[in-house]
Design a protein around this ligand. Structure first.
Ligand code: 5GP
Ligand code: ZN
Length: 115
């Protein structure tokens, strides 16, 4: 279920401290250590898998749950005028941690397309 050496699994287990935003049986959310917007929260499944590329049909529900948690956090923070959920897939897209995570970015104007 969790990977002993994975940074985000270690955050879930509390071995590495984080500013927790939300948690339920399936999902954990915390503040990004290097925020790129006034709201920059990472939402991750408690089950370890490396990313969207590695996801299986059985992971469909948890991927949805991560996005629904993002929507709930956005509602609580009153950033519903415009926010973005992002999943970087692969190093070429900027993925640097290989435990699937949804970025929730908001609280400022967000240009399109992203870089
Ligand atoms: P990626 O680049 O893989 O899409 O996103 C990884 C994110 O994890 C980055 O935005 C980075 O700032 C964040 N991050 C990396 N290490 C840590 C950490 O130890 N704690 C927290 N809270 N965020 C981290
Ligand atoms: Zn992990």
């Amino acid at each position: 279920m969790t990977d002993p050496n994975c940074l985000f699994c270690r955050i879930i287990r509390g071995e590495i401290s984080s500013k927790k935003v939300y948690e339920d049986d399936h999902v954990f959310a915390f503040e990004d250590i290097s925020p790129k917007a006034p709201t920059h929260v990472l939402i991750i499944p408690k089950k370890h898998f490396a990313g969207l590329k590695e996801a299986e049909v059985a992971d469909a529900e948890i991927i949805g749950r991560c996005h629904l948690a993002a929507a709930q956090i956005a509602r609580q923070r009153n950033i519903e005028q415009g926010y973005r959920t992002v999943v970087n897939v692969g190093p070429g897209a900027g993925q640097s941690v290989f435990h699937l995570h949804v970025h929730l970015l908001g609280g400022r104007p967000l240009a399109w397309p992203p870089g």
